[in-house]
Design a protein around this ligand. Structure first.
Ligand code: DC
Length: 224
């Protein structure tokens, strides 16, 4: 079974997708991390963010490798080009670079192919922007998470403070989120858009457990 969880930055996708995967014993894939790897590589290697051909080669030729603690189907780290980039892909510089990178159709095509391959044999919870629309339009469960921009900025500030890096000023984060929402929703290639048959959940006033319970019930219904 595939559970597709899409939505804008800071809508709680990662926290919720991981918890749902744990509750159901499913695998989990963070597709945003894959776009971030390509953006990180471009910054490290001086590839201009408008060099679509070079970016597409990176996405095609360098596999994203997720690492797992023994017995845990939820990845705890990610490597790219032989480097552990688990933290490096979460910096403000990558936050900024990832929108233009993810707008390149050939980058998307290469990463979508990897995503479909990763999900081929497993029950999986996959989070991103286009899982229910493009990657797996036939996913058994499709959820589109939203929350007010202010709430999303507040959550991201808390998350960054806990991690010990990245912006922690909600005002700065809010401006970045709004810019990224705009770029992700208006790009020509696979814009952020709710699938017609997805269930929209506004999580502004919901707890994580409440959201997860709704999604697990949907999965159980789909299975029945
Ligand atoms: O979920 P995230 O913030 O880590 O995603 C980083 C960027 O990657 C975001 O700006 C949009 C893009 N993205 C995408 O275009 N398609 C996906 N399936 C996942 C992420």
């Amino acid at each position: 079974m595939i559970i597709a969880i899409d939505g804008p930055a800071g809508s709680g996708k990662s926290t919720i997708a991981k918890q749902v995967a744990r509750m159901l014993g499913f695998h989990y894939l963070d597709t945003g991390a894959m776009y971030r790897c390509v953006a990180w590589y471009a910054l490290e290697n001086g590839i201009p963010l408008d060099d679509e051909g070079a970016l597409a080669s990176v996405a095609r030729d360098v596999p994203v490798v997720f690492s797992h603690e023994p017995g845990n189907p939820i990845a705890s780290g990610v490597s790219f080009d032989g480097h552990d980039v688990t933290d490096a892909i979460r910096t403000p510089a990558v936050d900024k670079a990832v929108s233009p990178v993810s707008a390149v159709s050939a980058v998307r095509a290469a990463l979508v192919e990897q995503q479909r391959r990763i999900a081929a044999h497993d029950d999986i919870v996959m989070e991103g922007r286009d899982i229910g629309t493009i990657v797996f339009p036939d996913a058994e469960v499709k959820v589109f998470l939203t929350a007010s921009p202010e709430e999303r900025a507040r959550r991201r500030a808390l998350q960054n403070a806990e991690r010990g890096f990245g912006d922690t000023d909600p005002e700065v984060i809010l401006a970045g989120l709004i810019a990224r929402d705009e770029a992700d929703s208006t790009r020509a290639a696979s814009p952020l858009k709710m699938a017609d048959d997805a269930c929209e959940l506004d999580t502004t006033h919901m707890s994580i457990d409440e959201v997860c319970d709704v999604i697990v019930s949907m999965a159980n219904e789909a299975r029945a």
